[in-house]
Design a protein around this ligand. Structure first.
Ligand code: HEM
Length: 138
């Protein structure tokens, strides 16, 4: 099970690499005006979204595996709080897809400054989830 936990953490890092970098690409995309940059950012975002979705799916797969191996974890408060934060993170992930589509189609009204703020959310989720998983405060 330690190997499964290690794989869970490794794929979590790949997922977060995307969750940190994709909104950063949105910042640059929203600040661009020329056709070549717009097309390039759209393509980079699409590829990164596919990779980070795989990272998220495999992280979740190993997380569920760990729960199946130790179902008692589902009776612990920290795990409820962690799963709530993970659910919010999955919502954020899905929101990223919608924002990418709007930018790619040229219908986005969001400013680069808005995307900078949007970019902070995964950091908060990461700190919260890791503190819950490691410290298990309740
Ligand atoms: C649906 C998604 C997820 C599920 C079902 C899940 C579930 C689990 C389970 C059951 C464990 C093992 C607990 C134990 O027995 O020690 C674990 C460990 C861990 N998880 Fe997740 N997890 C998920 C997503 C995440 C995410 C998104 C992060 C990071 C942001 C994360 C970070 C960690 C860490 C750092 C550990 C190791 C804790 C330790 O043993 O010290 N997990 N997870």
């Amino acid at each position: 099970m330690l190997l499964i936990k290690a794989l869970h953490i490794i794929f979590m890092v790949t997922w977060f690499a995307g969750l940190f970098y994709l909104p950063r690409l949105f910042v640059y995309h929203a600040a661009s005006t020329d056709a070549i940059s717009l097309a390039r950012f759209s393509l980079m975002e699409k590829r990164l979204f596919i990779l980070m979705t795989l990272g998220g799916l495999v992280t979740t797969l190993f997380g569920v595996w760990l729960i199946v191996a130790e179902p008692g974890l589902l009776r612990q408060g920290w795990m409820h709080a962690k799963l709530l934060l993970v659910a919010l993170l999955i919502g954020y992930h899905a929101w990223c897809w919608r924002l990418h589509r709007a930018l790619a189609e040229g219908t986005s009204q969001r400013s680069a400054g808005w995307f900078r703020v949007f970019n902070e959310a995964p950091t908060i989720a990461l700190v919260g989830i890791v503190l819950l998983a490691v410290l298990r405060p309740f």
